[in-house]
Design a protein around this ligand. Sequence first.
Ligand SMILES: NC(=O)c1ccc[n+]([C@@H]2O[C@H](COP(=O)([O-])OP(=O)(O)OC[C@H]3O[C@@H](n4cnc5c(N)ncnc54)[C@H](O)[C@@H]3O)[C@@H](O)[C@H]2O)c1
Length: 369
Amino acid sequence: MSDKITVGLDERAYDIHVGSGLLRRSGELLATLASNMGAKGVVPVVTDSHVADIHLAALLASLRQAGLDARAIVMPPGEVSKSFAGLERLSGALLDMEIDRKGLVIALGGGVIGDLTGFAAGVLKRGVAFAQIPTTLLAQVDSSVGGKTAINAAQGKNLIGLFHQPRLVIADTALLKTLPKRELLAGYAEVVKYGALGDATFFEWLEANGVKALAGDEPAMIKAVAHSCQMKAAIVARDERETGERALLNLGHTFGHALEAATGYGDRLVHGEGVAIGMALAFQLSVRLGLCPGQDAERFIRHLKAAGLPSSIADIPGPRPGAGELIRHMAHDKKVTDGKLTFILVHGLGRAFVTRDVPLDAVKEVLAV
Ligand SMILES: NC(=O)c1ccc[n+]([C@@H]2O[C@H](COP(=O)([O-])OP(=O)(O)OC[C@H]3O[C@@H](n4cnc5c(N)ncnc54)[C@H](O)[C@@H]3O)[C@@H](O)[C@H]2O)c1
């Protein structure tokens, strides 16, 4: 059982394959792509050491069987690789492999590997093609689709980057079985986000099936991933460069990034957990401003809890970050235009909108609850 979604970007259009057991078929899919592109030479596979231990051998075997000269580049796991040092190391390894200008680079991993590889491919020899094989739920439903690539700077996350669309995305939901439960849940926050921002029917479906998908029900997980990709693909096709609608995908992120920064981007709070709490705060702020019915916020928070996600600042272990500190972090976030904070708020479940008009006092009140 698998699904194919196309990201409709004219000459840069590409397919996303979603299904269980696709890693074994990826050689065939990627060899077809390489041949259609007229790609030559080695096919580097960039991954991290966690993923390499579990899934790299199967991918290399599949690629080689399909006639591709696949060679691995294994990076250290974690955000540390999404750095200038990581970029230097990866670009050096790609150049040492004498990657052709018409070559194809494959990213096998979570958002860190996808973002780093996409960026490195985008700047290497002024741009070589890349394909994504996302291995975390977050990467399957979010970061592997849409072409945003980046590394981090000392001044903040994702500040050095470019838009570089992949040529193909292969999301094998069977790979999620080896993902630590906490990472799976963190990715689920991004799945819930799609329901909350633009599709109340999908949210309803998640209320009925989300916990099942998280517990290992494959058809449910395939549907959750495929529907999320469909929504992201449609938004990206309408607004590739985030001049409008694409900003809705940042629901929960202004708060979430501030929480991540205040907790030191560490083990206390991973990205998806920050997004989950951030979305809950966005609903609460919307209710406080009289924009959203209270029942919708309650229902949203009830689902986060049912899934096992945090939904309030009080759920973060350790000392509670203060409202003032969080607002300072938000002001440093890149989503600041003309000194005003940009928020994604909601009129209800499935009805998000962008606003630059939020009184800071209301934000402080929500952060202090
Ligand atoms: N480009 C975008 O549009 C976009 C969107 C959202 C997030 N991001 C970025 O994505 C990054 C986070 O991505 P992530 O949450 O996937 O983190 P990650 O890539 O660090 O992966 C999380 C952990 O899981 C391990 N792992 C990955 N797949 C595994 C598997 N199948 N089995 C066992 N372990 C596995 C990794 O080694 C790592 O330790 C952040 O840097 C964020 O900025 C980018």
